[in-house]
Design a protein around this ligand. Structure first.
Ligand SMILES: Nc1ncnc2c1ncn2[C@@H]1O[C@H](COP(=O)(O)OP(=O)(O)O)[C@@H](O)[C@H]1O
Ligand SMILES: [Mg+2]
Length: 264
């Protein structure tokens, strides 16, 4: 097997007020896209932050890109190679404009200003965000901030992507665009997500964090058929534009001011 890009051995971690992990072992190898699953508050974000040295373990060993990492100078190198998409975009974005935010990483890695701006523009264009360059970052919507945050990560051309709930706040079309983009990226990834569509499209391995321990999980699909309803809104007089029943299920009565359809 290839050498691990990232590994945790016997990692224990807790906040002063709260233990989080007792003993975590994990390896990320090239080509892996690992879904990191677990309930709210179980420690998924903390685990990603441990990988890049934003938090330090109480015990155990962290290796990244072939070396053991323990000190701030070690982790500076790790942060240049492992791009972390923060759960909250406001933790990621701090420049006045989108272009400056996306250029910040390449500049910080020592790239000249013109080259960094060029990388920033091309990264924005790859994500369909070319027109966002001069937008004021703090005025973007939540979903827009999430995509711009991803651009700031990808502009650094990281070897590994650590994505903390990347599909939060995205509408359906934007989610599909994000998935199309992430799917064709070559980097190994750790994906924290509760979104089954994202996990199904992207993950080729899954691990479950539970009770302070990390275990391998099986991703599987099983047939599951049931009738369900879709709530959606129409302008008055446009009800006929799509089928409201497949013929197997009786249509539900309309809610006041809304139209309700049933599908199978
Ligand atoms: N800075 C902090 N100080 C104290 N407790 C924290 C801090 N950050 C997170 N926690 C707690 O640690 C646990 C793990 O948090 P987190 O890693 O954010 O979980 P997840 O991402 O799985 O929802 C939670 O109970 C959370 O409330
Ligand atoms: Mg989290």
């Amino acid at each position: 097997m290839t050498a691990a890009l990232l590994s945790l051995r016997g990692v224990r971690f807790g906040y002063p007020s709260r233990p989080v992990f007792e003993q975590v072992d994990f390896e990320l190898h090239p080509g892996e896209r690992v879904a990191l699953l677990g309930a709210n508050g179980v420690g998924k974000t903390s685990l990603l932050h441990l990988f890049v040295g934003l938090l330090r373990p109480d015990a155990g060993c962290i290796r990244a890109f072939g070396r053991e990492r323990a000190h701030e100078r070690d982790f500076r190198e790790v942060r240049a190679k492992a791009g972390l998409l923060f759960q909250d975009p406001d933790d990621q974005l701090f420049c006045p404009t989108v272009l400056e935010d996306v250029a910040f990483g390449p500049l910080n890695l020592g790239m000249g200003r013109d080259a960094a701006l060029q990388v920033a523009r091309s990264t924005l264009a790859e994500l369909g965000l070319a027109t966002f360059a001069d937008r004021v970052t703090h005025k973007l919507s939540g979903g827009e901030k999430r995509l711009v945050s991803l651009a700031t990560v990808l502009a650094m051309k990281p070897e590994v992507l650590l994505l903390d709930e990347p599909s939060n706040g995205l509408d359906e079309a934007t989610l599909q665009r994000l998935l199309d983009h992430l799917e064709q990226l070559p980097q190994a990834m750790v994906l924290v997500s509760h979104d089954a569509r994202l996990i199904e499209r992207l993950a080729n391995r899954a691990v479950l964090l539970q009770d302070g321990r990390l275990t391998e999980a099986l991703l599987h699909r099983h047939p599951h058929a049931h009738a369900h309803t879709h709530l959606h809104a129409h302008l008055p007089g446009h009800e006929g534009e799509h089928a409201h029943t497949d013929g197997l299920i009786a249509p539900l009565p309309a809610l006041p001011g809304k139209t309700v359809s049933t599908r199978r």
